[in-house]
Write a protein that binds this ligand. Structure first.
Ligand SMILES: Nc1ncnc2c1ncn2[C@@H]1O[C@H](COP(=O)(O)OP(=O)(O)O)[C@@H](O)[C@H]1O
Ligand SMILES: [Mg+2]
Length: 451
């Protein structure tokens, strides 16, 4: 396979037009260095404060990659990025950009980090193309991604659209959190003093004051969701209202109202992310469940019934036969009107209906990894059921209004599990949490936390 490499002229043009502070020689030396690993630089994707990012090809592993070259003037900058690489390595999430490799060219003091390539680019350049359904979907991905980062006791601290990358898997858009360059390992749950600043428009109140905590990421996530929902964060008035907690959403967009719960002034007033996620999932599920049963065969029968008198006797006779057929079918499965419905957004439902609503036993596959099988009541998950979450986590137990509610068991993909009582989608009541390292937390819970 012939790989088209970037030429020195193309590199030079980028350096000049973007006025970036790096020499052509440094990049071409980097390009040469990477060739010994069968890695070829093809294109410049972007640059940030401390690095330049290339698209490349990894001949050995036969995959497209993104390569970040760090050009910090001093050792401490480079050290920060070695730190980034180490943090990124620990996280294994579908919704966090994967780090594959790292290289250090001692002779030229070039430091490289190799990531999975996200071909749809960053969210800043893409968000205008999103429809409401995709915005909700992406919000779910981001929330899951941040939860996965926090599970490793890492604060991202610079969540913003440019640091969120998009890729397509089987035609479905997936958002991944990238750029852990400013991330901090959380120590003893204390608030950190942030030396580098994140990005003002997305930054939490306390972070602008130089303090950083896990909830600062909640705030930034909320801002990103508001931003992609069309709220102008550059507007000073909007921003001050948001940061002081006085912003009101005139559009009455339920997603924005929910995102505002992450943007309370006081970090401890912000909604916990696991609760936020279950509310988001609920929104996503609602959207699907409330859709009209467009392609159901039920509607076709209705159509025939409606026009029955317009037909001639022969047609009438035929219809009588069909009607008899329907009657037989109706009698044979009485309330168990099994249907298979394919929605145009990729979801499908197989199960019982009542008054055109999912009601009884059924299975819905959302087409994005989320699958629910169990009891439905008036288009909601209600009763006993099993839910596979977007990241593979599995819940088995009681549901109420789409939320985990009652007794249940949840098995996380990382090997941890919880068995006990739930309410509103979170651990509430008595339960036992088994961590993947063998630790057990047993007792009373409130909104997902032990009391
Ligand atoms: N894995 C990737 N796939 C595709 N594009 C990427 C990838 N990583 C970064 N980019 C592009 O490069 C830009 C800068 O990357 P980022 O990791 O944020 O670096 P910086 O530390 O310089 O801000 C991103 O906004 C994005 O456009
Ligand atoms: Mg960045």
């Amino acid at each position: 396979m012939h790989i088209q490499e970037i030429s020195p002229e193309q590199i030079n043009e980028y350096i000049i037009t973007k006025k970036i502070d790096i020499s052509l020689e440094r990049i071409t030396k980097g390009q040469e260095y990477l060739k010994q690993f069968d890695i070829y630089i093809q294109k410049i994707l972007g640059n940030g404060q401390f690095g330049i990012v290339f698209q490349g090809y990894d001949q050995q592993n036969k995959r497209s990659i993104a390569i970040k070259l760090i050009f910090g003037q001093n050792e401490s900058f480079v050290q920060e990025y070695i730190n980034e690489a180490q943090l990124a390595r620990q996280i294994n999430s579908k919704f966090v950009v994967k780090m594959y490799d790292q290289f250090y060219d001692q002779e030229n003091k070039n430091y490289f980090i190799v990531y999975e390539y996200c071909e749809e680019g960053n969210l800043q350049n893409y968000y205008k193309k999103l429809n409401q359904q995709q915005i909700i979907e992406i919000s779910i991905h981001l929330t899951q991604g941040i939860l996965d980062i926090h599970a490793k006791q890492i604060i991202h601290s610079d969540i913003k659209p440019e640091n969120i990358l998009l890729t397509k898997v089987n035609g479905q858009l997936i958002a991944k959190i990238g750029d852990l360059g400013l991330s901090k390992k959380l120590q003893n749950n204390l608030t950190h003093i942030s030396t580098y600043q994140g990005t003002y428009s997305f930054m939490a109140y306390e972070q602008t004051d130089g303090k950083l905590c896990i909830e600062s990421d909640y705030f930034a996530l909320g801002s990103v969701i508001c931003f992609i929902s069309g709220i102008n964060l550059q507007d000073f008035m909007t921003m001050s209202l948001l940061k002081t907690g006085y912003y009101q959403d005139d559009q009455r967009n339920p997603l924005v109202s929910l995102a505002l719960e992450l943007m309370k002034k006081e970090p401890h007033d912000r909604m916990k992310l696991n609760i936020f996620l279950s509310k988001l999932l609920n929104m996503r599920i609602d959207q699907d469940l409330q859709q009209n049963n467009q392609n159901s065969k039920g509607n076709q029968f209705k159509y025939i019934k409606k026009n029955i008198f317009k037909f001639s006797i022969i047609v009438l006779l035929t219809l009588i036969i069909i009607k008899v057929g329907i009657e037989i079918q109706k009698n044979s499965n009485n309330n168990e009107n099994y249907e298979i419905i394919f929605y145009n957004n990729g979801s499908s439902y197989k199960g019982q209906l009542k008054n055109n609503q999912k009601h009884g036993k059924g299975k819905i596959d959302f087409g994005n990894g989320i699958i629910y099988e169990g009891d439905f009541k008036k288009d909601t998950f209600y009763g006993y059921g099993q839910l596979i979450q977007i990241n593979g986590d599995q819940y088995k137990g009681d549901f109420k209004d789409n939320f985990f509610d009652g007794k249940g068991f949840i098995k996380y993909t990382n090997g941890s599990s919880y068995e006990g009582e739930f309410k509103n989608g979170a651990y509430n009541g008595y339960g036992e949490f088994k961590q993947n390292n063998g630790n057990i937390k047993k007792g009373k819970w409130k909104d997902g936390e032990m009391i």
